[in-house]
Design a protein around this ligand. Structure first.
Ligand code: SAM
Length: 284
């Protein structure tokens, strides 16, 4: 799919430009015969915004381990996208009808996944990226496969009121997803955000995000050592680091950690690196 935005994009905050990098990787993956995900809008997003993407190579990269941020994170982004697709499918299977994507960025799950009738999906992110996204989607005549509600907010602030105003029902079990977000927040910002998620979560709600155990991330260390990745790595605040599971346990959730390499091997992908992974937690 090519992009043909009538007006060029001129501005996005740096942290939102990272969503373009992720879209570029999903576009690359979607063209592979052995793709783990098929995102029909990723290329359109990337094409429309690539002038703003901070990496020196504004194109989807090949999957070999390399000396740029895109190729370093490519296997991780693909496996993580697939993992969360399956997480959300499992939540729907369990009867959840309310989904909240925290920092939705250019995530097109509302358009590319199957959702049962009655599913309501909220997309939260900064206003600039959500406006850009809707312009591209409109230009391509995209139609959501669920009731999609866009909620422009800063997730470091009090966003709960805006979510409720948009129709979120805290009495319903919710599947929350924070994909590629927490590293851009400080520990205090991340725990404040997750505290608000907990307050809005009826029993049976679920939350998922990236999680690692143990010491420093070798992948993050490699990324920090790259000269050509600074515009992105300078934005990293660390999030919950390796304390996600512990924090969830102490705050009303029952977390389960999922290790990424086994998933990558299962899908025939080499993540080249350490064992970071994901956590999925259920609200008791
Ligand atoms: N989850 C999406 C995905 O996987 O495609 C986007 C991931 S992208 C790496 C990070 C996203 O976090 C961007 O869309 C950015 O705008 C969003 N973000 C970062 N800080 C934010 C904040 N304080 N409030 C709202 N969104 C934020």
């Amino acid at each position: 799919m090519s992009s043909a935005l009538s007006e060029p994009v001129t501005e996005l905050p740096p942290v939102s430009r990272t969503a373009l990098g992720v879209a570029g990787l999903r576009a690359y993956e979607s063209r592979r015969p052995d793709r783990l995900i098929d995102d029909p809008y990723a290329a359109a997003f990337f094409d429309a915004g690539k002038a703003l993407y901070p990496a020196p190579e504004p194109s989807p990269v090949p999957p070999e381990p390399g000396q740029d941020l895109g190729s370093l994170f490519y296997p991780q982004v693909v496996v993580r996208t697939r993992f969360y697709d399956e997480y959300l499918a499992g939540a729907i299977e369990a009867g959840v009808t309310q989904v909240v994507l925290l920092a939705a960025g250019l995530d097109s799950r509302a358009f590319r996944l199957e959702w049962p009738a009655g599913t309501r999906l909220f997309e939260l992110d900064l206003p600039g990226v959500l406006g850009f996204k809707d312009r591209v989607l409109d230009e391509h005549g995209a139609r959501a496969r669920c009731a999609r509600v866009v909620v422009p907010v800063d997730l470091r602030e009090d966003w709960d009121f805006a979510l409720r105003e948009a129709g979120f029902d805290p009495a319903l079990p919710t599947a929350w997803l924070a994909e590629g977000l927490l590293i851009y927040l400080s520990f205090d910002e991340a725990t404040r955000l997750l505290g608000m998620v907990g307050e809005l979560s009826a029993p049976g709600s679920m939350v998922a995000f990236e999680h690692r155990t143990g010491g420093p991330s070798t992948l993050v260390e490699k990324a920090l050592a790259l000269d050509n990745g600074r515009e992105v790595t300078n934005l990293w605040q660390g999030g919950l680091a390796s304390q996600g599971k512990e924090w969830l346990s102490a705050n009303g959730w029952q977390p389960t950690a999922h290790v990424r390499p086994s998933l990558a091997q299962e899908h025939g992908r080499d993540t080249h690196d350490e064992p970071p992974g994901f956590v999925i937690a259920v609200r008791s």
